[in-house]
Write a protein that binds this ligand. Structure first.
Ligand code: NOJ
Length: 554
């Protein structure tokens, strides 16, 4: 039986109540091992997080200064987006030197301090590895284009024009346009599945493989706890460079690749690389982790990446893009869990990141968007597995409108679509100041006038703020039922999703009301509600809640 009754029972609704007293369990979770199986990982988009030197760009000093904010959420780890030397054509995903720190972001000593302080606060530190492509400013590419006989040429995909002229095949860049550009000398085309400043590496070249292994060791030796692997389903390409069967979907910001692009993504050879990386990670103490960005559409293909000797965690985009609908959400969750259960891997739930619209915006913006984003956060945090929080989601931020002259995302510049800058707006830390506490000066992206109203400092004082919702939810999530319990779906009225997490006698129900009608809750103590104005005993539309189910309930 579920903790719900039909909406007809809305008579005798109890009056509004204060948020119920919460008995919160702090500390590390005891039940789920290794740590990543139920991890909460906080993604820091470094250049938008906090600027410590007044140049308008977020940096590592800024991260250091805000570690307490992150720790106060109660997350297990932080993931820092690329801070390596880069011309910043693609926000640092165009890496010129993988073992360096770009002076705009800081230096190695600051990375060391972040590791030390984060560890002291009980958080692990993950950084990025970007193996599919390098920056065109990387020494390898410079060598390759300056001398056609240079050994580094074989580290890339250089091809002659097709016999009828033009690009060697029909592969498309994920950012729009052909995936091939002529090298500066005009001699041959080179492959770039993203911008032309991001030439794809040829992973058949043994030096490429050896060099990345050295990079992993370089950072692991410094104390890094793991890596987020950019476009993990990239790397290998069809050796015959055959045309893809059909042209890919239009750029839609999701960067997910389907069967239509089978000759340039998700080739089986990629798995051996990650098995090697996993062996490296496992040779270090401390459960070092790897989180793959695996943008493949097919769930069974995704599951191959998280087999026991590959990635501990992999995330994808279907949960992000699932519409606000109970049936669709249940289907997305079930399909993913089924596929991952088959290989014994945990799921990784993501609400937003720097490549997609923030959840609030995706669900309509304004108050409705915020209500739905808060509800979806509780849903994600109650599902079995790990989860990733994109910085600013804990403040309920939405995308900003970026004026054309300020656009910097190559998707916007190449494809002429709005691109991803809107979700990368600087974090408002304080309610006033030129960049609301992000920087003493301005910021690399403009911030809207009202941005300070969403600042961390104001939300700190409001117990119903999104900041407090995240803190409370992440704490409660450490209860054994939520971090290690079994899951089963519960019967629920139309438009409502309900499931139970159970560990021994502890049972927690998560109920999400996707419908436009309020739902009366029948039994159990509400642990937490995503509502902006909770009403006792009622689950309003676009709201989720967690209920401690009575132990006699079956
Ligand atoms: C995925 C990253 O998240 C995105 O920001 C980047 O543009 C592409 N990979 C290419 O590296």
């Amino acid at each position: 039986m579920t903790a719900l009754v039909a909406p007809e029972a809305l008579e005798n609704v109890p009056p509004a109540v204060e948020r119920p007293h919460l008995s919160v369990v702090y500390g590390r979770q005891a039940a789920a091992r290794p740590w990543w199986r139920s991890a909460s990982i906080y993604q820091i988009y470094v250049r938008s997080f906090c600027d410590s030197n007044g140049d308008g760009v977020g940096d590592l000093g800024g991260v250091l200064g805000k570690l307490h904010h992150v720790a106060s959420l109660g997350v297990d780890a932080i993931w820092l987006t690329p801070f390596f030397e880069s011309p910043m054509v693609d926000g640092g995903y165009d890496v010129a030197d993988y073992r360096s720190v770009d002076p705009r972001f800081g230096d190695h000593e600051t990375v060391d301090r972040i590791i030390e302080e984060a560890h002291g606060l009980g958080m692990r530190v993950m950084i990025e590895v970007v193996p599919n492509h390098v920056s065109s400013s990387h020494q390898w590419f410079k060598n390759a284009v300056s001398d056609p006989t240079h050994k580094d040429r074989s580290k890339f995909h250089f091809r002659d024009p097709s016999p009828v002229g033009g690009t060697p095949n029909n592969w498309r860049s994920a950012f729009g346009g052909p995936a091939w550009s002529l090298e500066p000398s005009g001699r041959q085309y080179y492959l770039h599945l993203f911008s032309r400043e991001q030439p794809d590496l040829n992973w058949e070249d043994p030096e490429v493989r050896a060099d990345f292994e050295q990079t992993l060791r370089f950072w692991l030796d410094r104390g890094i706890d793991g890596f987020r692997v950019d476009v993990a389903h990239g790397l290998f390409k069809d050796p015959l460079y055959r045309d893809n069967p059909e042209l890919p979907r239009e750029v839609r910001g999701g960067l997910a690749q389907g069967d239509g692009e089978r000759h340039c993504w998700n080739l089986p050879e990629v798995h051996e690389v990650y098995r090697g990386w996993r062996r490296i990670l496992d040779s270090y103490t401390g459960e070092r982790a790897m989180l793959g960005e695996v943008g493949v559409v097919d769930r069974e293909q995704l599951a191959l990446y998280v087999r026991p000797d590959e990635f501990p965690l992999a995330y994808e985009f279907e949960f992000i893009h699932t519409e606000w609908d109970a049936v669709a959400t249940k289907e997305t969750v079930s399909r993913l869990l089924r596929a991952l259960d088959a290989v014994g891997a945990p799921a990784t739930w993501v609400l937003s990141n720097h490549d997609v619209l923030r959840a609030v915006t995706r669900y309509g913006g304004g108050e409705q968007g915020l209500r739905r984003a808060r509800a979806k956060a509780l849903l994600a945090m109650a599902l079995p597995g790990a989860m990733i929080i994109y910085n600013g989601d804990e403040l309920g931020l939405e995308d900003i409108d970026v004026p054309e002259e300020a656009l910097s995302d190559p998707i916007a510049l190449v494809a002429g679509v709005p691109g991803r800058d809107g979700s990368r707006a600087p974090i408002p830390w304080s309610s006033e100041g030129p960049a609301f506490g992000f920087s003493e000066a301005g910021s690399w992206l403009p911030v809207p006038d009202g941005w300070g109203g969403r600042s961390a400092v104001l939300q700190e004082r409001d117990p119903f703020s999104t900041l407090w919702l995240y803190r409370l939810a992440l704490s409660i999530r450490r209860l054994p039922a939520l971090c290690a319990g079994d899951m089963r779906w519960l019967d629920a009225p139309e438009g409502v999703l309900a499931f139970e997490r159970r560990y021994g006698k502890q049972r927690i129900h998560c109920i999400v009301n996707f419908s436009a009608r309020p739902i009366v809750m029948q039994q159990g103590d509400v642990l937490l509600s995503s509502s902006l104005r909770p009403i006792g005993g009622v689950l309003e539309p676009d709201t989720a809640c967690w209920v401690m189910a009575p132990s006699g309930d079956t």
